[in-house]
Design a protein around this ligand. Sequence first.
Ligand code: FE
Length: 226
Amino acid sequence: MEHTLMKLPYSYKALEPFMSEETLTFHYGKHHAGYVAKLNALIKETEYAEMPLVKIIKKAKGPIFNNAAQVFNHDFFWCGLLNEESAPSVELSDSIETQYGSMDAFEKAFIDAGVSLFGSGWVWLTIDQENVLRIEQTSNAENPITSHRVPLLVCDVWEHAYYLDHRNARAEYLLNWWKLVNWKFVSDNLAEQKEKRSYYFIHECNENTEVCDYMTDLEEAERVSS
Ligand code: FE
């Protein structure tokens, strides 16, 4: 199975002035595309050759895991951005306020987690089986799916995500990124998770990706068997 680079749900210029066209072009067109190409090359004629992306992430180690997870993480990252005003659902803001006290406190905690992450990695908002929200830092390509938690939102804090726009000022990048968060995406991910109580997420925004194809198949299989 050939893994494909997801189609961006907006233009290269769409996230300006918070994320430049140059950053988006390089990040998506070189880095993200590079992970897809590398993954396809690595899995050729291996047991992973016909495996959906999430299954590879759960099973593989080393370079195959790293490239598969980076494809997933970037798909999720792009789907979580939108340069239009959006607001969290009542369900999401209630959950965040219960867990963190207020949206402002949550924002601060999330951005602090991004600033304090050592080296390259990702900051996530996740939910577990008991519907507990967590802000999680993962290093390199690591992904909370391997720890049975469902991602709701992610921020890429690899240097390639911000160096062209902000040089080494990661905090400045995080504050700009925060203005682009697509709260409908996050809210929908939460609603799906609470409703289905699965370990996965589905959202129309990433319907062109391998991730979404796999999730859809999985949900359909669960529906048929229940
Ligand atoms: Fe990246």
